[in-house]
Design a binder for this molecule. Structure first.
Ligand code: GLC
Length: 517
C-alpha cells in the first residue's frame, strides 16, 4: 500500500465477496463466513488490499440478504458472530481489511420493527400512508417492478422501493437515525475497516411524497439520468454528516463507500468529502461500452470530479447486480483488456468474486431456480452473476464449492466451468487468474500505479494511450487493427499484456499492455 494507514482506501483494490456464493465450509450448498475464512490465503495470494462482504446478516434472503431482519447478527446459514470475528482477525493478520455492507434504506419484513408495525405499533418508523383513491398513495414504482406500495390488512399502504419484503424506513424518525448510528458502532467495535452503503441515495424522500408524473417506460429506466422524488434528495447528506464523526472517532482509517445511482458525476461528488462519505462507486465506467471514446470520456469526467472533491475515484466493472463484464463486452479478451485498463487508473478498484477467473454470466439458469425478486416482475434476473465459484475438480462435486459429499450449490454451475476452476487456472501461466495476480503485484510495487495522475498520449481513435508517472504507459486497443507501440512513439519493455503477444512491439485488437518506459 502506498498510502498512509488512514488513507489506505484511496488506491485500494477491494474484492467483493458475495458470501452465499463464495465458498461453502459446512456443506449445505450455501457459502458461509467460514468458507471465506478458509480461502483468505487465496485472496492474499491474489493480492487484494481489502474484502467487501455483501450482507451475511440474519435474513429471510428474499433479496439475497439485502433484506436484513437483524443488523447485529449473522444468519445461521452464513455462520455466527464468532465466525465473523475469527474472519476479521485472520484477514487482518494477512493485511487484508474488511468492509461490510450496510443496508439502511429498508429492513426485511421480518425485522422486529416491521412485525410490530403490522400490529399497529411504531408504524412511523416506516412509511405508511392512507389512500383515498383505493389504489396506492402515489405513482412510485418499485425498482423490481410493480407499484412501490403494498396494502396491509387495515387498509393502509407501506412504501417499498424494492421488494414488498423490503419496507422502506422513515429516516425522519429519530429512532431510525439513532439505531443506525448504533449499528455502525457495533461493527466498528468488532473491527471492521469500512462500510459499503447500500442504496445510499435512497433514504430521504421528497417532502409530501409527490408523484413522479407521466413518463415513458418504467421509472427504473429513468434512474441515473433524471431525478425522481425518492432518490438523491438533499436531505440524505445530513445523515452522512452524522455518520462521518462516528467513523472518524475510530483509529486506522475507517471508511464508507456509497452505492448511489445518481444522474451525473457532479451529483455523485456531493456524497464525498471530509464531512460525508469517503468514496462512491463510479458506475459510469461500468456502463461504458468497450470503445476508446467511451472509456476516455468517462475517465476524464471521473478524474475531473475527483479533483474537485479531493478524493480519488473508484473503478468497477462487475458486481452482484450487473451482468459479468466478460458477457457484457462479448469476449474474455475484452474483459481482460478492460480489467488491465481499470487497474492502471488512478484511484481504487473494486473487483467482484469470480472475475479473476474470467467467469461469464450464466445465462441459461432454469427459471424455477432463479431467486432474484425482480425476475418474477420484470423478467430481468441478477442470478447469472451469483452462481457459486468453481474451485476445483469436476461438476459432480460442485467444483469444490463445498467439502466432498456436500449438498449441491444453491445455483447450478455450468459444466464448462471445469476449465475455469481455481485449480485449473492456478498453474496455467496464461490464465485469467494469473493475469490478475500479476497485475495486482505490479500495481502494488510500481510507483506509477495506485494514486497519481494520468496524461493522455496521442493515439488513433480506437486506441487509448496514457501515461502514468514515473515511467509507465498503458495502451488499450479497442479497434480492429493491431497497433505498433513504435507508431505511438512508445519505446519500452512490455510489463504486462492482457493477451499473449506474438510480437512484443505490437498490440493486437481487444488487448491492453502496460509498458515500462
Ligand atoms: C442494492 C444492492 C442490490 C439490492 C438493492 C436493494 O442495489 O446492490 O443487490 O437488491 O440494493 O437492497
Amino acid at each position: 500500500m502506498t498510502n498512509s494507514d488512514n488513507d489506505w482506501w484511496r488506491d485500494a483494490v477491494v474484492y467483493q465477496v458475495y458470501p452465499r456464493s463464495f465458498a461453502d465450509a459446512d456443506g449445505d450448498g450455501t457459502g458461509d463466513l467460514r468458507g471465506v475464512r478458509d480461502r483468505l490465503g487465496y485472496l492474499g495470494r491474489l493480492g487484494v488490499d481489502a474484502i467487501w462482504l455483501s450482507p451475511f446478516y440474519t435474513s429471510p434472503l428474499h433479496d439475497g440478504g439485502y433484506d436484513v431482519a437483524d443488523y447485529r447478527d449473522v444468519d445461521p446459514r452464513f455462520g455466527t458472530l464468532a465466525d465473523f470475528d475469527a474472519l476479521v482477525a485472520d484477514a487482518h493478520a494477512l493485511g487484508i481489511r474488511v468492509i461490510v455492507d450496510l443496508v439502511p434504506n429498508h429492513t426485511s419484513c421480518e425485522h422486529p420493527w416491521f412485525r410490530e408495525a403490522l400490529r399497529g405499533i411504531g408504524r412511523d418508523r416506516y412509511i405508511f400512508r392512507d389512500s383515498a383513491t383505493g389504489g396506492p398513495p402515489n405513482d412510485w414504482e418499485s425498482i423490481f417492478g410493480g407499484p412501490a406500495w403494498t396494502q396491509v390488512e387495515d387498509g393502509q399502504w407501506y412504501l417499498h422501493l424494492f421488494d414488498p419484503t423490503q419496507p422502506d424506513l422513515n429516516w425522519e424518525h429519530p429512532e431510525v437515525r439513532a439505531e443506525f448510528r448504533d449499528i455502525l458502532r457495533f461493527w466498528l467495535d468488532r473491527g471492521v475497516d469500512g462500510f459499503r452503503v447500500d442504496v445510499a441515495h435512497g433514504m430521504v424522500k421528497a417532502h409530501g411524497l409527490p408523484d413522479v408524473g407521466p413518463k415513458e417506460g418504467r421509472q427504473a429506466e429513468m434512474l441515473g439520468d433524471e431525478t425522481v422524488p425518492y432518490f438523491d434528495q438533499d436531505g440524505v447528506h445530513e445523515i452522512y454528516r452524522e455518520w462521518r464523526p462516528i467513523l472518524d472517532s475510530y483509529p486506522g482509517g475507517r471508511m464508507a463507500v456509497a452505492e448511489a445511482w445518481v444522474s451525473s458525476p457532479a451529483r455523485l461528488a456531493r456524497y464525498i468529502g471530509p464531512d460525508e462519505l469517503h468514496q462512491a462507486f463510479n458506475f459510469d465506467f461500468l456502463l461504458a461500452g468497450f470503445d476508446a471514446k467511451s472509456f476516455r470520456e468517462v475517465i476524464d469526467k471521473s478524474l475531473t470530479e475527483a479533483r474537485i472533491v479531493g478524493a480519488p475515484t473508484t473503478w468497477v466493472l462487475s458486481n452482484h447486480d450487473v451482468k459479468r463484464h466478460v458477457t457484457r463486452y462479448g469476449s474474455l479478451a475484452r474483459a481482460r483488456a478492460a480489467t488491465l485498463l481499470m487497474l492502471a487508473l488512478p484511484g481504487s478498484a473494486y473487483l467482484y468474486q469470480g472475475e479473476e477467473l474470467g467467469l461469464p454470466e450464466v445465462l441459461d439458469l432454469p427459471d424455477e431456480l432463479r431467486e432474484d425478486p425482480a425476475f418474477r416482475r420484470t423478467g430481468d434476473s441478477r442470478d447469472g452473476c451469483r452462481v457459486p465459484l468453481p474451485w476445483s475438480g469436476t461438476a459432480a462435486g460442485g467444483f469444490g464449492f463445498g467439502p466432498p459429499g456436500s449438498a449441491p450449490p444453491w445455483l447450478p454451475q455450468p459444466e464448462s466451468w471445469a476449465a475455469l476452476t481455481v485449480e485449473a487456472q492456478d498453474r496455467d501461466p496464461g490464465s485469467t487468474l494469473n493475469l490478475y495476480r500479476r497485475a495486482l503485484r505490479i500495481r502494488r510495487e510500481h510507483p506509477a500505479l495506485g494514486g497519481g495522475t494520468l496524461t493522455w498520449l496521442a493515439s488513433p481513435e480506437e486506441v487509448l494511450a496514457l501515461q502514468r508517472d514515473p515511467g509507465l504507459a498503458v495502451v488499450v486497443n479497442t479497434g480492429e487493427q493491431a497497433v505498433a507501440l513504435a507508431d505511438l512513439g512508445l519505446a519500452g519493455r512490455v510489463l504486462l499484456a492482457s493477451e499473449a503477444l506474438d510480437d512484443e512491439g505490437v498490440v493486437p485488437p481487444d488487448t491492453t499492455v502496460w509498458v515500462q518506459l
